[in-house]
Design a protein around this ligand. Structure first.
Ligand code: PMP
Length: 407
């Protein structure tokens, strides 16, 4: 097979050519947000230069063009995750808004004292805090399925915790700290058997692997646009049509109604009943272009390249004295969390930045996971398909250098 042409791909991402503190940028903070290909930037630019108008309300030409582009992005996203209908896709500002919509429209109306929501110890706060908020209001509780020392969900325990009090089960498809891929199909099968709806946080999965929501068998799938080459402030909730039909709207306002009278209002059909107000039109135009960009690539080759990068980076990091890796699991996306004995992760990240290397230090919005490991923070290098083996070498050499400075 021909080698993966990463140089050609990098040429599509203008920002990757810049330098930082006089050093060529090595961007390894992709789990936080991805960089954007020129196609996405140009689509947003062209929208404002040529087509800008509000969606749905105008009969004029620009209004029609904007509406077609915005609704076209919904079509592209629906196909990208293999939704059976475009109407099952609610466009949101990101995963956080998508999960909160499920919390307040789906969960809260049915939760009673004694009920529970099941989540896991490896979740991002976006898949914990909304459940705690609705649990507080309803007298329900939030249960956390445990993970093991390597960073794998203890699946049998998760399945054992699917007891009749659980009204909704939640799990990340891929951990944003460990890269662990969770066995969503297996979990979904058991949830279906027990009649418990399943919500999957797909934020870190969609950028790395083909997602087929029908094959996964879950009820809700939330994801975010800015980690998959799209603009910030975009994302989506996929949900089974029956759930969307039954759920009351969360935000009220324009664009989500059928008729408003002083004595009451009737609502538009899903997904519009959940999309009150003027949406991030240009952002979704850009996200639609991001999906087009993915389709212009060989997705299997991208995945293989990311796995090569992950294996190489993991091996190289093992050379660093005193380095402790988190998440040494078999099925994993290219997210590497680690600590170096005798150093603070924030100091390392600050010094790495001076070498042009962007990584993230902190709790990664996953306090319960940090508590599981008994650490306040980790350093996280997260890779994308536009990263190179040379960048991994620069990163590891910089890490060796700054480690010595701090010892
Ligand atoms: N869940 C996971 C697993 C994430 O990695 C993130 C982003 N760090 C989120 C949820 C939240 O996404 P957003 O901030 O785009 O709403």
């Amino acid at each position: 097979a021909p080698a993966f042409d990463v140089a050609r791909i990098r040429a599509d991402f203008p920002l990757l050519a810049r330098s930082v503190h006089g050093k060529p940028l090595v961007y390894l903070d992709n789990a936080n947000t991805s960089q954007k290909p020129a196609m996405v930037i140009e689509a947003v630019d062209a929208h404002y230069r040529l087509h800008n108008a509000n969606v749905s309300r105008a009969v004029h030409q620009l209004g029609e063009e904007s509406t077609l582009a915005y609704e076209g992005a919904r079509d592209k996203l629906a196909r990208f995750i293999n939704a059976s209908s475009r109407n099952e896709l609610v466009l949101t500002s990101g995963t956080t808004q998508a999960i909160n919509l499920v919390a307040y429209s789906f969960a809260l109306p049915q939760l009673k004292p004694g009920d529970a929501i099941l989540t896991t110890l490896m979740e991002h706060h976006a898949n914990i805090v909304p459940w705690q908020l609705v649990a507080q209001r309803s007298g329900a509780s939030v249960k956390f399925a445990p993970i093991d020392e390597r960073g794998e969900l203890i699946v049998e325990r998760y399945l054992d915790m699917l007891t009749p009090d659980v009204k909704l089960a939640c799990v990340a498809h891929v951990s944003n700290v460990l890269g662990t891929v969770n066995p969503v199909r297996e979990i979904a099968r058991e949830c279906t058997r027990r009649g418990i709806p399943l919500l999957v946080d797909g934020s870190q999965a969609v950028p790395h692997r083909p997602v087929d929501v029908q094959a996964l068998g879950c009820d809700f799938y939330a994801f975010t646009g800015h980690k998959m080459l799209g603009p910030t402030g975009t994302g989506a909730l996929w949900a089974r049509r029956a759930h969307l039909d039954a759920m009351p709207p969360f935000f009220g306002g324009g664009d989500m109604i059928r008729q408003v009278r002083v004595d009451g209002t009737t609502f538009a059909d899903p997904p519009h009943k959940f999309e009150a107000g003027t949406p991030n039109i240009a952002g979704f135009v850009g996200l639609g272009a991001a999906v087009d960009y993915y389709h212009s690539l060989d997705l299997a080759a991208i995945h293989a390249w990311e796995q090569e990068l992950l294996a190489y980076a993991t091996d190289r990091l093992r050379e660093v004295p005193g380095l402790r890796l988190f998440g040494e699991v078999a099925d994993k996306e290219p997210v590497i969390s680690f600590l170096i004995q005798g150093t603070q992760s924030t100091d390392l990240a600050t010094l790495l930045d001076l070498e042009g290397v962007a990584v993230r230090s902190g709790h990664h919005c996953a306090h319960p996971l940090m508590q599981h490991y008994g650490v306040p923070a980790t350093l996280r290098a997260s890779l994308a398909f536009y990263n190179t083996m040379d960048e991994v070498d620069v990163f590891v050499a910089a890490l060796q250098k700054v480690r010595r400075l701090l010892m």
